[in-house]
Design a protein around this ligand. Structure first.
Ligand code: SAM
Length: 204
């Protein structure tokens, strides 16, 4: 059985079983296509919903917004609708999730979503905003490496907005980010989740 974070999901490893879920957050109502072999295929994840409800409003002038670990796209499509002037880069390793995310964006008429693998993201593109329900289950060290690789791309006025379950290490992740030199504020704590706002390291 492949895990949701595997990048080798195909019809052989997890048989397809198409389904739909309802996304209902302030400013966005949609029916999204999902499938077996992708994260939270049965319903929009509670953490992702909380992030969308409690996260900050759109920032005028944002051009590059990244959803790290976009899955089938509930966060990416919501950001795309709320930030029509920005490109939402939906970065995802799971091919089936990427296909679904692409399909969901097209079905909603959103032309500002780019669904890519991590390798396809342009190397020198500076990021205004990162939104993520990150793949905690890849393990502490790989997660820290993944987050560092994205946070170092933030513009000086940029920020990241993360949702992490308390019992999956939200508070130790926040401590580690602070120790690394990032600015961290806990925006919300609800239903066992933490919403963290992360600011880039101050330039020396
Ligand atoms: C907790 S899920 C969130 C999915 C989606 N944002 C949602 O709200 O339903 C994390 C996602 O990160 C993806 N992922 C794992 N490792 C990744 C990596 N190195 N780069 C990008 N995405 C990754 C997983 O495949 C998974 O879809």
């Amino acid at each position: 059985m492949a895990h949701y974070f595997s990048d080798d999901v195909d019809a052989d490893s997890v048989k397809s079983q198409p389904a739909t879920v309802e996304l209902n957050v302030p400013g966005m109502t949609a029916t999204l296509a999902t499938d077996r072999g992708v994260f939270s295929a049965g319903q929009v994840d509670t953490g992702s919903r909380l992030l969308l409800i409690s996260g900050p409003p759109p920032v005028v002038g944002d051009r590059v917004i990244v959803d790290v670990g976009a899955g089938y796209g509930p966060i990416a499509v919501t950001l795309a609708k709320k930030n029509p002037g920005a490109t939402i880069w939906a970065v995802e390793v799971n091919p089936r999730a990427r296909q679904l995310c692409e399909r969901n964006a097209i079905a909603l008429g959103l032309t500002n979503v780019r669904v890519v693998t991590p390798e396809e993201f342009p190397e020198n593109l500076t990021v205004d905003r990162i939104w993520s329900n990150p793949p905690i289950r890849i393990g502490k060290a790989p997660l820290r490496e993944l987050l560092s690789s994205w946070l170092t791309r933030l513009a000086p006025a940029g920020s990241a907005h993360l949702v992490v379950q308390k019992n999956l290490g939200a508070d130790s992740l926040a401590k580690w980010l602070i120790a690394e030199g990032y600015g961290v504020e806990r925006r919300a704590a609800q239903k066992g989740f933490r919403i963290l706002d992360v600011k880039p390291k101050a330039e020396l």
